[in-house]
Design a protein around this ligand. Sequence first.
Ligand code: MF3
Ligand code: CO
Ligand code: CO
Length: 297
Amino acid sequence: MPNESVTRTEEIPRNRAACSTLMVTYVDAASAPLKNTGQIRLYGKDGFDGMRNAGQLTALCLDELTAMIRPGTTTAEIDRFVFEFGMDNGAVPATLNYRGYTRSCCTSINHVVCHGIPDDKPLREGDIVNIDVTYILDGWHGDSSRMYPVGGIKRSAERLIEVTYECLMRGIAAVRPGVKTGAIGHAIQTYAESQRCSVVRDFCGHGLGRLFHDMPNILHYGNPRDGVEMRKGMIFTIEPMINLGRPHVKVLSDGWTAVTRDRSLSAQCEHSIGVTDTGCEIFTTSPAGLDRPGFAA
Ligand code: MF3
Ligand code: CO
Ligand code: CO
């Protein structure tokens, strides 16, 4: 697809300023065609119900994966679980055959920023791994990711994971009708940098619903005066990628795996949310209360 605006996780041109606010228009999702028109869809009860169901299935999968994450497990085994859990529950992984991607999830270990491809390499004690799952259930996309420690991890790795989760939650706390999406990025960047971490610029959150990657882009850095005004009924992800070192990334020759250029450790946490009258609803909250990363003693 030629239009960058439908993509998220795909690169944002480096020199492009944060979204212009001049041209944006909003449209009732129920009556809009299911293609990218450049308008921002606003969803009603049906959309929120559908997203809650899809989001909860994704969150349940991420809960179930917790017990599997230990030294020796391969990311291919994780991928297989994600596929089968989806099938068993009437859902299809959205990443399967998405733009040439052939797996059911992304597994990003240590200095991998995002879009790590599951393979036969076993996880090792001390690794940190992000698992990013998107299920399509009844046509709705539930997109979420969490960080998992593999056995005991370094204190610096624990701290990075804690900072990244806090970034996600501070971004979510900035969501409210009448506020610009730039407030989300500003909250994330301010906190990350106060903790001497850096925010990856090359990937962003995205609108979603019946489409996987829709308008608008949600930047994880920037200024509260930038971006588009949030309105009740907007649905999007927030998914900050935070590095212990510098923010720069490169994509490996497989065309997907993004890594930190300085090979510093990177973490990511993602929720799918919908804007309400007073704030937002998180669709991908863990049924078991496992959203906040915990570490074994
Ligand atoms: N789930 C990712 C996101 O948060 C997208 C993965 S696309 C893939 O937007 F093709 F890399 F799987
Ligand atoms: Co996403
Ligand atoms: Co995701």
